[in-house]
Design a protein around this ligand. Structure first.
Ligand code: PMV
Length: 328
């Protein structure tokens, strides 16, 4: 018997970084996915395989053996083995062995929540194998705990949206709210191709803001206001207004120094090609930006991002979060 779970990536429309300190953010699941396929093993080992990049490790008696893909296999797959172990432990089954196969289309380390989606799909597939059910609450909690290994002060936004899907207003320590959309709209993604570590950038921002009290207060207040206004714009599917707010949000992110020359270039190219607005998305320091445009202008904006050196594509809002099922 096997189980499968598929979890979506995300883009943050407004409020990244500031969300770590308690302000509201708006985030949406998008139709790019991580798929985990899980089955029991008799030998007690946890074997994790990934198809992109092709790599594999085996964990037995806490020893990690690289089966394929060198050191990169360990860096990419060890966090998944921790997630798998934590899920088994939660159910009192920590001595059972597992095969976990990951197939993900989500680019790694560029702000689209790939580590959260991989964790959410892995946990959900194991929970389905153990109990025959989908348990979103447990999945979100375990994925959040695993994110603490990646960076120490995660807001939990990535795990929440990958688990529950749709567009979400997210604020730390508060119940998240799903946004009811009048109409859905596509989001333009531009990728600088520069990978970075969320944990490193979040730590850098923490040190930067610790020395700048006045700036901290000002940016937090503005970020909260932007997210509140963005919520109304999203509800009304008002891309023009949302774009303007995204432009303002990008300026705040520049002030805390998480944008880069490459991100600014893609953002400017999108705006000059007539986008309603554009901003970096996720932790910054490289990674992706997003833009909104009218249907007539979308192709132009996608091309302008490519001409400015980015890889660009369209993503749709994904209303559903993680799904899981059993296979015979
Ligand atoms: O770049 P990503 O996909 O890891 O997103 C990080 C979002 C932050 O707000 C910067 C961090 C967090 O935990 O919310």
């Amino acid at each position: 018997m096997k189980s499968v779970a598929v979890a979506p990536a995300k883009v943050i429309l407004t409020g990244e970084h500031f969300v770590v300190y308690g302000t509201a953010a708006i985030v949406t699941a998008v139709g790019i996915h991580s798929k985990a396929t899980v089955s029991w093993r008799r030998d007690g080992a946890i074997v994790i395989r990934s198809s992109l990049p092709k790599c594999a490790i085996s964990i037995n008696e806490r020893q990690c053996e690289i089966l394929h893909g060198g050191q990169q296999a360990r860096t990419l797959l060890e966090p998944i083995s921790l997630v798998a172990q934590a899920t088994l432990k939660e159910s009192g089954d920590q001595h059972r062995g597992l095969n976990v196969q990951i197939e993900s289309n989500i680019p790694v380390g560029v702000g689209l929540g790939s580590s959260a989606a991989v964790a959410v799909s892995t946990i959900s597939a194991i929970v389905r194998l153990l109990s025959g059910k989908l348990d979103r609450k447990l999945t979100r909690r375990l994925a959040f705990e695993s994110e603490r290994h990646v960076h120490k002060i995660p807001s939990g936004i990535d795990q929440t949206v990958s688990t529950y899907g749709g567009v979400i207003v997210y604020q730390r320590e508060k119940p998240f709210k799903h946004v009811v959309l009048r109409r859905t709209f596509p989001i333009i993604i531009g990728d600088t191709g520069i990978r970075r570590s969320t944990g490193d950038i979040v730590s850098r921002v923490k040190a930067f803001l610790a020395e700048r009290d006045t700036l901290m207060k000002r940016v937090m207040k503005s970020a909260n206001l932007i997210s509140r206004r963005a919520l109304v714009a999203v509800q009304q599917a008002d891309r023009k207004r949302l774009g303007e707010l995204m432009n303002l949000n990008h300026e705040l992110l520049r002030q805390i120094e998480v944008s880069t020359k490459e991100l600014d270039q893609l953002v400017s190219a999108a705006r000059e090609a007539g986008a309603f607005g554009a901003k970096l998305t996720g932790a910054g320091g490289g990674g992706c930006m997003i833009a909104l445009a009218s249907p007539d202008n979308t192709t132009r904006v996608l091309e302008a991002i490519r001409e400015a050196g980015g890889n660009s594509y369209l993503a749709n809002i994904e209303r559903r979060g993680v799904k899981s099922w059993l296979l015979d």
